[in-house]
Design a protein. Sequence first.
Length: 412
Amino acid sequence: MMAESASMPVRATKRGDERTPLGGERDVLICGASFAGLAIARELAGSGADVLIVDRYEIGERQTSACGIPTEWLARLGLMEAERQRFDTLVLHTPHGTSRYRLPWTFSTFDYRELCQLLWRDCDATFETAKVNGRAGAADGDGRIAVDTDRGTITAPLVVDALGWRRVLASGDGYQPPDAPLSRGLEVHPHGSGEEMELWIDRRYVPAGYGWSFPAGDELRIGVGSFDPRFHVRQTTELLAEDLGQDRVRYQGNWIPHKLRRATEGGVFFAGDSAGHCLPLSAEGIRTALYFGIALGRELRAVVEGRQTRERAESKYASFNDSHEWKFRWMLRAQKLVPRVPPRILARLIKLLGNKRFVDWSFTHYLAIAPPELAGPAPASSADDQDRPDQQQDDAEDALGRERGLLQAEQA
Ligand SMILES: Cc1cc2nc3c(=O)[nH]c(=O)nc-3n(C[C@H](O)[C@H](O)[C@H](O)COP(=O)(O)OP(=O)(O)OC[C@H]3O[C@@H](n4cnc5c(N)ncnc54)[C@H](O)[C@@H]3O)c2cc1C
């Protein structure tokens, strides 16, 4: 028997009598209260809209990842209290040697529960625990969408699916593992400490993918991610933990999308993993969930404040999403290519590419896929002298435009 059952997270979600029926109509219904859902709710704070956010668990109850993010994202969102450790170097192990990449920006690990609570502190929405089952029929004549939950049917003209890879509110497009473009990831969280953020590109752990160890204060997050959904990562996650002399406790894992999907469908908006916003190759999906969540939150805010129609929000958010498609495509190409390179050549390449100029160049472009310039203080707490959300959006779009121009120039 695994030791995990003794250390599974304590369930804090309301049960039995506490689960009173839920229904009625809201201005905005956000399904999913993790990174994407909370980022959207935060952008709607102070708008005066009646916003309901639902999740099957309490906010921050279920950690869904190793919780690594570029530090600047935490700083810009006022979330530094949740930071646990910071790294300026990425250590890459292969069977043929170790390389150290000194990054042009730092990466942080954070505490999931605390980060969610800090995001929630900036929201003025209502939260309820409820399991979302799917849509309850098509939109009515006024464009209201009904969502079926285990506590009743809730309707709203603006509905967001931030429920993760399952994309529960889509019209059933059959996206099921292991046939769908999904990676799988599993990690253990032993107590312990470390100084370095480490990755293993080693077929002993996974034929296509990588292993990692992310220290976070008094715990380590050790895991394996496979780009091939058919490869089971449990044994090799345990092998990696064993190789590092760490306990195999507190397991958590999930499917990770590696393909961008439509941002809107049947009147519903999608953000985060439900829209395939997790980056291929690195499987980094937190900052992108926040990034697209913020962009969507601003579009919805313009609707509830009467500055644009829902249809306009749909088309703007969809084109914002689609404008990133080429970047996701390139990352996916790299994800497919890396496992095909023979290990000895790959080790040599990793060493060669570790020179400062290349690392600065590539990691600056990588950060620009979802630049921290988009993030800012919570709208409800924005002072007059701070950047307005519209200005931040313009800054981020400028950054994207510059990035695209740069790459096109380089390709030419
Ligand atoms: C092992 C592992 C490690 C990872 N490490 C990192 C990392 O270090 N850095 C990084 O950037 N990314 C990492 N990722 C990817 C990252 O976790 C996701 O991309 C990110 O969590 C997506 O955020 P989200 O808000 O879209 O969805 P999620 O975080 O998956 O949140 C979905 C929410 O919806 C709720 N929900 C789901 N279904 C229902 C339902 N039917 N009814 C009600 N509620 C429901 C869930 O409870 C959850 O709160 C990792 C992934 C895995 C699997």
